[in-house]
Write a protein that binds this ligand. Structure first.
Ligand code: PHE
Length: 357
């Protein structure tokens, strides 16, 4: 009895394999599946029904044969479904091969790279060059030549990563050493921006990260003064945040610029275009969650290149003057797009990054 079953099963298996090899359409595949696997009339079910007739001794072996057949059929069907598509139920879409292909997900630049590129484009249009420098930097360029001598307290403010075994090198704490590199290698007039990573020994929190991104700007020529700096930053920040924006220059301190200024922008949330930030007639919104009610947002550091820095780089401060600025890309992203926690920018969750198209 079992031998007979074996023979029949083998025949069914063969004819199934012959049939499935011919099939090209999901519809036909569905019909085939129905014929072999349907609960009521499927070939496999028919065999199972017959199990009853077997003497108990032979039942397990017979059952095993049937199950093997079922497994073969299922595997073959699944493979074929994967290659030609699944069956058409009433709700299954019909396909029109003459239609354009559906969209594939397309990648895009990370928000940080995207902002960096926007800034690069803007300054390239103003005739600046892009200069990229090393992330592992000479202490001399990161500090000393920038007028930050050893034991100067400004070194403490920028908690520095030192490199074991390399006394004279650090992970650069800002992009400003690129000013030094460029001035040592080029004569004025010079106009550069320098984007890149910077590192400080900060514990990560909503507004700090041990690795972050900055864009440095430097312009040195004859007769450069503070209004050139103001005009440039105004153009840059207005094109980035919106044309109605107002700027506020607050006295600041950086050892490598004199005078130095911290630059604020009027809050785009509660001081809309055309009004003047905190000075607007209506005043800022005391409950504004972006500027916390002050009407202003601190955005970057800047100033006129310190004569000593020019000297350190072999440029005569009697003939030349310049301005410099440094802006944090994460900060720009957080302010412009309302990203509440800087760490979100590094988690690479596409649900977040996909929002900035
Ligand atoms: N390097 C400064 C910082 O990281 C920013 C800056 C750059 C200030 C250039 C003035 C001029 O805070």
């Amino acid at each position: 009895m079992i031998d007979e079953l074996k023979k029949e099963i083998e025949e069914v298996r063969q004819s199934f394999l012959n049939e499935i090899a011919q099939i090209q359409s999901p519809d036909k595949l569905a019909a085939l599946k129905e014929r072999y696997l349907s609960r009521k009339k499927g070939a496999v079910s028919q065999f199972l029904l017959r199990l009853r007739e077997f003497p108990p001794r032979e039942k397990p072996a017979a059952g095993q044969l049937i199950n093997q057949l079922k497994a073969t059929i299922e595997t073959e069907l699944a493979g074929r479904e994967a290659s030609i598509g699944t069956a058409s139920g009433p709700e299954a879409p019909w396909s029109d091969p003459s239609l354009p292909a559906s969209d594939l997900p397309v990648g895009r630049f990370h928000l940080i790279a995207d902002i960096q590129r926007q800034i690069e484009d803007l300054f390239l249009n103003l005739g600046y060059e892009i200069a990229v420098g090393p992330e592992v930097e000479l202490e001399d360029y990161n500090f000393t030549k920038l007028n930050i001598p050893e034991f100067h307290p400004a070194r403490d403010e920028q908690d520095t990563f030192f490199l074991d075994g390399f006394d004279d090198m650090v992970l650069r704490t800002h992009t400003s050493p690129m000013q030094v590199r460029y001035m040592l290698a080029h004569r004025p007039p010079l106009k550069i921006i320098s984007p890149g990573k910077a590192f400080r020994k900060d514990d990560p929190d909503a507004t700090h990260s041990p690795c972050f991104h900055q864009v440095e700007g430097l312009l040195v020529d004859r007769g450069i003064n503070f209004s050139h700096l103001k005009g440039t930053l105004e153009l840059f920040l207005r094109s980035f945040f919106g044309s109605g924006l107002n700027l506020r220059f607050r006295p600041g301190y950086f050892p490598f610029t004199e005078p130095s200024a911290e630059v604020d922008i009027s809050c785009f949330m509660c001081s809309p275009a055309g009004t003047s930030g905190a000075g607007a007639a209506s005043g800022p919104n005391p409950d504004c969650r972006v500027c916390k009610g002050s009407g202003w947002l601190e955005i970057l550091g800047s100033g006129m290149v310190h004569p000593q820095v020019l000297l350190n780089c072999g440029i005569d401060p009697e003939t030349y003057s310049g301005f410099a600025f440094g802006v944090g890309i994460e900060r720009l992203a957080m302010i412009k797009f309302g990203v509440p926690d800087l760490r979100l920018l590094y988690e690479n969750d596409l649900r977040l990054l996909g929002q900035f198209g």
